[in-house]
Design a protein around this ligand. Structure first.
Ligand code: FPP
Ligand code: K
Ligand code: ZN
Length: 502
């Protein structure tokens, strides 16, 4: 199965010779013109690019619409002299994004009142509709990822405010044969049940109100069969154990309000008193690395995608101020996470010494609400931000949007469903405040209620102006743990809240 990051989808404009690699470079765009190379920095006359205090926001209150803060238009002033393939690749990305960030967008999209490209809502929706259609034969390698294609495109449309009613029957029809008699969903009819396929299926069905087709008893049995003695979850029976497994399994478990005790078939059931949560906190804790970030499994490299899976899984297990503070070294994680945001790019990289990429707008951008809630404690929403929201908005609107519709890793890449979904989720993280608050009404009979207690406020018009987006550039709310709009989380909770057993 290809990694999720290599995934494209058919383009809105027919291009029969189109390569299917989502990260394929389009050479014309990656080469800046002479003029752009010699003059990429801000338009302000008193700014020689060395004004670090200007970078720290001193200029922001008096910001003139269309003037881009120097932080986003200036090449890095502190550079390691050692030249490596990594540093060369990074320099190339800076040259690639500078024209887009500094308002000299070679694609000349329609601008918002702050001089940034406006959100191309209708075009992105159209792109997602194509992504739910027929695929040319080159996409057969994506066959096992069909549940993902549905989730990414449906979720993205929901973030853009599109009603999903018309997709309901087809989504149910598509997932029905993917469910296996022994529980869980595979990537297609006859394929082995897998945590990723089951996660994407569960969320897609939650989006369209189709979760009735899930056999909760066999799902419980199957999830029990991937729970491991050491506390983690394997992606499939006999498959790799990593934090994706933990997050996907606990997401499904939580949304469907499945029993906490493990089924008799579970390899993790030794004394008989084990539950889905036994040793899970300890196992996630063991994935935090010397850098402060979190790897896919113990001893693996820290990566933003796994940081999100770990934090979100901890937020499924208990309130963030309890579980995150208990199982992770928060100061070290905070330092690592902060170092993932790039300048002048504004967006996030996934790991140390790698390149900015819009999918990390969610994988890293989505970590902030969870970590902030752990630090602030319940009910506290002073609306502080530990990440630079403006940078994330700017990267999304300026660099991620493809003129034809769809969002992309970076300007030299083609848009695809995966980057469209996670760029928009990241934009929502930048545009809204998500916080944790004890609420009595959010009950699930299995006792796993924490993830249902999040609330959200939208930024005020004044804050919005500081973040350089207009009302028309606003995406919908995205639940910080389940990554679908909160209304569908609440609908699902109500559907299953009173189930005892199956
Ligand atoms: C490296 O790819 C990417 C990873 C090691 C993580 C991939 C995992 C996810 C994107 C999310 C998994 C989550 C769920 C819920 C299944 P790369 O080397 O191409 O990218 P990089 O250079 O940006 O690290
Ligand atoms: K990447
Ligand atoms: Zn990516």
């Amino acid at each position: 199965m290809p990694s999720t990051d290599d995934i494209a989808q058919p383009q809105v404009v027919e291009d029969p010779g189109a390569p299917i690699d989502g990260h394929t470079r389009i050479e014309e765009l990656s080469t800046a013109t002479e003029e752009e190379e010699s003059e990429p920095s801000s338009d302000s006359e008193d700014d020689d690019g060395m004004n670090v205090h200007g970078w720290m926001g001193a200029k922001v209150p008096g910001k003139v619409p269309g003037k881009v803060p120097a932080l986003y238009t200036t090449r890095p002033i502190l550079k390691d002299e050692l030249v490596t393939p990594t540093s060369i690749a990074q320099d190339k990305v800076v040259e690639e994004v500078l024209p887009f960030m500094s308002g000299k967008d070679p694609e000349i999209l329609e601008l918002n009142s702050h001089g940034l490209p406006a959100l191309l809502r209708r075009k992105h929706i159209k792109f997602c509709q194509y992504g739910l259609g027929k695929f040319p034969s080159q996409f057969q390698a994506m066959d096992a990822s069909r549940p993902w294609l549905l989730y990414w495109n449906l979720a993205a449309m929901s973030f853009l405010g599109e009603d999903l009613g018309r997709w309901r029957e087809r989504v149910i029809q598509t997932f029905t044969p993917m469910q296996n008699p022994d529980g869980g969903f595979g990537g297609g009819h006859g394929q082995l049940s897998h945590c990723a396929a089951s996660y994407a299926a569960t969320l897609s069905l939650a989006l369209v109100g189709g979760l009735d087709i899930v056999d909760r008893r066999t799902m419980w049995q199957w999830l029990g069969s991937v729970k491991q003695k050491d506390g983690g979850f394997a992606m499939a029976i006999g498959g790799e154990e990593d934090v994706r497994g933990a997050y996907c399994a606990m997401t499904i478990h939580s949304l469907l309000n499945l029993p906490m005790e493990l089924p008799p078939n579970s390899p993790a059931r030794v004394n008989g008193d084990e539950t889905f949560l036994t040793n899970l906190g300890e196992w996630i804790s063991s994935c935090q690395t010397y850098e402060g970030g979190i790897g896919s499994a113990p001893d693996n490299e820290a990566h933003g995608a796994y940081a999100f899976c770990s934090l979100a899984c901890l937020c499924l297990m208990d309130a963030p101020h309890k579980s995150i503070n208990k199982w992770l070294n928060v100061p070290k994680l905070l330092a690592w996470l902060s170092s993932r945001q790039q300048a002048p790019e504004g967006g996030f990289q996934g790991r140390t010494n790698k390149l900015v990429d819009a999918c990390y707008s969610h994988w890293v951008g989505g970590c902030w609400a969870l970590l902030e809630a752990a630090i602030a404690g319940p009910g506290k929403h002073e609306e502080f931000s530990l990440c630079d929201r403006e940078g994330l908005v700017r990267y999304t609107l300026c660099c991620s949007q493809q003129k034809k519709g769809g969002l992309r890793d970076k300007p030299s890449c083609r848009a695809d469903g995966y980057h469209t979904c996670y760029s928009l989720a990241g934009l929502s993280a930048a545009q809204n405040h998500y916080y944790y608050e004890e609420k009595e009404e959010a009950v699930m009979s299995n006792g796993l209620t924490a993830a249902f207690k999040w609330r959200c406020t939208r930024v005020t018009p004044e804050q919005r102006a500081k973040l350089a987006f207009d009302e028309g550039d606003t995406v919908g709310l995205v639940h910080p743990v389940f990554v679908i709009p909160p209304e569908f989380v609440e609908r699902t909770r109500k559907q299953f809240q009173d189930k005892v057993g199956f």
